[in-house]
Design a protein around this ligand. Structure first.
Ligand code: SAM
Length: 352
């Protein structure tokens, strides 16, 4: 999957081929407006207002307490982006918008849009500084309680559809020659959606979600909503310093946390995980993947790489880098599982 500028007709195609289209102008002028418009529309309740039947620009403006002229402009852009269908002065949500933008739809990315609008957007101002210094903002060290809440809600939104595929396809059974898995550790597991998906697949499995205390405070109600009771529970701690125990777990997951850690920290986590795994147990690093040097760059992997550099000074890693941590920790490298529903993302598997 790529986000590309594509031609609508043969003449535009020729213009693109002949390098007559100022592509950087589109990136520089159009893309930032698109992103901010989508974020503000979600934040101001525009998608939900249309879903509730406020279908003209005037009605949306009144419901969301917005300026009517500005609202018409916003709805125009969102229609061009495929969020609305427009006919006879009225706007209707498209199938895409209905599934992904509304506050209470199960797979909606609304939580991520709120986090990006209210917390992340100001961080992007600091990208220039990051490029000059290489020093990111290390946000885990200074979020306030409200920002932690937006962050944890965003993680639910970001991983809702992934967790389903993870639950179906995580290659746990490969190592489970001696029966069903019973003990799982989910490092940086936040809301617990990955743990819950796997516990639903294996009736005898329980999971401990190790996360920072400030995260757990906000994530606890999100986990409770999933109704798994004691089978999936939070344990406050720090993955960088905690002892994970010895030969306790059939399965350890670290999803979307390696990109916040340096290579040395990740290697150290892998050593402690290897110690904590039972023989035959599995360690999955679930991550956005940086393409190998020389491979064609892919948009999701490379933009998240820069984003995690900015936000944590770390970034994405290639499959071979992740496998090297697992090998150095004494694990055998298993088959890499790439996601069908998310480009640039994979489960990198180590087996004890
Ligand atoms: C990007 S989120 C990923 C959440 C979830 N695993 C997922 O894939 O959706 C990273 C999580 O790791 C947690 N985290 C960050 N640093 C940590 C640390 N040193 N020890 C434990 N958890 C940490 C954060 O609080 C957050 O919940």
């Amino acid at each position: 999957m790529q986000l590309t500028i594509s031609a609508d007709n043969p003449l535009e195609w020729v213009a693109l081929q002949a390098n007559l289209v100022p592509v950087p102008l589109l990136h520089a002028q159009i893309m930032p407006v698109i992103s901010k418009a989508v974020l503000e529309a979600a934040d101001k309740g525009v998608f939900d207002a249309v879903a509730e039947g406020h279908s003209t620009a005037a009605a949306v403006a009144q419901t969301c307490q917005l300026n009517p002229k500005a609202t018409r402009e916003l709805l125009g852009l969102l229609t061009a982006l495929g969020y609305f269908a427009y006919k006879n002065e009225t706007f209707a949500l498209t199938r895409m918008a209905r599934k992904w933008t509304l506050k209470h739809e199960p797979e909606s990315v609304y939580g991520m849009m709120l986090f990006n609008n209210r917390v992340v957007w100001p961080w992007l101002e600091k990208l220039g500084n990051y490029l000059q210094t290489g020093e990111g903002i290390h946000y885990h060290d200074h979020l306030n309680a409200e920002q932690w809440n937006y962050y944890q809600q965003a993680m639910v939104a970001a991983s809702g559809s992934e967790a389903k595929e993870f639950g179906r396809r995580a290659p746990v059974s490969r190592a489970m020659k001696n029966g069903q898995p019973t003990q799982m550790l989910d490092i940086g597991g936040s809301h617990g959606q990955h743990s819950v998906a796997l516990c639903k697949r294996y009736a005898g499995l329980s999971s401990k979600i190790l996360d920072l205390p400030a995260a757990i405070e906000q994530a606890a109600p999100l986990l409770a909503r999933l109704g798994m009771g004691d089978r999936v529970r939070h344990v406050p701690g720090n993955a960088l310093t905690d002892d994970f125990g010895e030969a306790q777990y059939d399965f350890v997951l670290m999803s979307s946390l390696a990109h916040h850690f340096t290579p040395e920290q990740n290697a150290d986590v892998a050593r402690r995980v290897a110690h904590a795994l039972k023989p035959g147990g599995i360690y999955i690093v679930n991550e956005f993947i940086r393409p190998e040097t020389g491979a064609t760059p892919e948009l999701v992997g490379s933009s998240t790489d820069l984003f995690y550099g900015l936000t944590s000074t770390a970034g994405n890693y290639s499959i071979s880098e992740i496998q090297a941590w697992q090998r150095d920790a004494g694990l055998r490298v298993g088959k890499v599982v790439t996601y069908r529903t998310l480009p640039g993302r994979a489960m990198v598997v180590g087996i004890k």
